[in-house]
Design a protein around this ligand. Structure first.
Ligand SMILES: Cc1cc2nc3c(=O)[nH]c(=O)nc-3n(C[C@H](O)[C@H](O)[C@H](O)COP(=O)(O)O)c2cc1C
Length: 232
């Protein structure tokens, strides 16, 4: 049976669960290996000076219900300092070979510590050491100084390295704990636009919005989605 999510346009009566459509597109991009990092997305934050900044990050979890996605990063990075001051963010996925784009606006909050711990524990030693070794977004005088810093942090954390000069973690090294300054950010969607490329630039697009209301720390209650078809 054809995958209804991959039809060449959205149903005439717009679906009521756009995050499920987005999740299905991401799953298809991943299973079809359409590009090296099919879960990469642009994340746009806005500083207190009102200036936007964008960078690519990886979407590590897409929770269609209740409707947030998760990325991992350094909490002291430029992006996180901006998200602390202004939690309104925008993310954008684009799969050129699928002719699909997803734009999500939302509110960023830190993931629960236990969730970040579990994800960190699932990563390989090199990525774990990198989280300790790099003060993301801060200046450093040279690449060599960065390597020295990572090796120094490895020693501080009791991590054994495989080589004399490199930063590869030895296979028998002790487990590495999650740094307190590294973890997940959940981006709760308040609007989502699905875009499907059409012939002769007659693309199909629709925008859904909903209201997020903050309840407990880092949690939101949500209304149903309201969808509107937009001209391309
Ligand atoms: C394909 C790709 C995936 C990336 N994934 C992440 C990621 O998941 N988390 C992250 O913090 N940075 C990731 N980066 C690096 C960011 O683009 C960025 O350089 C870094 O987070 C620092 O951004 P900032 O100084 O604006 O905070 C990725 C870069 C690329 C090209």
């Amino acid at each position: 049976m054809a995958n209804k999510y991959l039809a060449d346009h959205l149903p005439e009566t717009l679906p009521s669960e756009p995050m499920h459509w987005a999740a299905a597109w991401l799953a298809a991009a991943t299973s079809d290996k359409v590009q090296r990092n099919p879960n990469s997305m642009s994340l746009v934050t806005v500083g207190s000076d009102g200036k936007p900044s964008a960078r690519i990050v990886l979407c590590k979890s897409f929770e269609a219900d209740p409707g947030y996605l998760v990325m991992y990063t350094n909490y002291q990075s430029h992006k996180c300092r901006e998200m602390e001051q202004n939690p309104n963010v925008c993310v954008l996925f684009h799969w050129d070979s699928m002719g699909r784009q997803i734009r999500i606006d939302g509110t960023a909050v830190q993931s629960p510590a236990a969730e970040s711990d579990a994800y960190f524990a699932s990563r390989d030693g090199g990525s774990q050491l990198g989280a300790w070794g790099s003060d993301q977004s801060r200046p450093i005088e040279s690449h060599e100084a960065l390597i020295r810093q990572i090796r120094g942090r490895a020693a501080e954390q009791g991590v054994s390295l495989a080589e004399d000069h490199g930063t590869r973690v030895a296979e028998d090294s002790a487990a590495i704990a999650r740094p307190p300054h590294w973890g997940g950010m959940r981006i709760w969607a308040s609007s989502i636009e699905l875009w499907i490329e059409g012939t002769d630039r007659i693309h199909d697009r629709a925008l859904w919005t909903r209201k997020l209301t903050r309840k407990a720390e880092g949690e939101f209650s949500v209304t149903a989605w309201t969808g509107t078809r937009l001209q391309p």
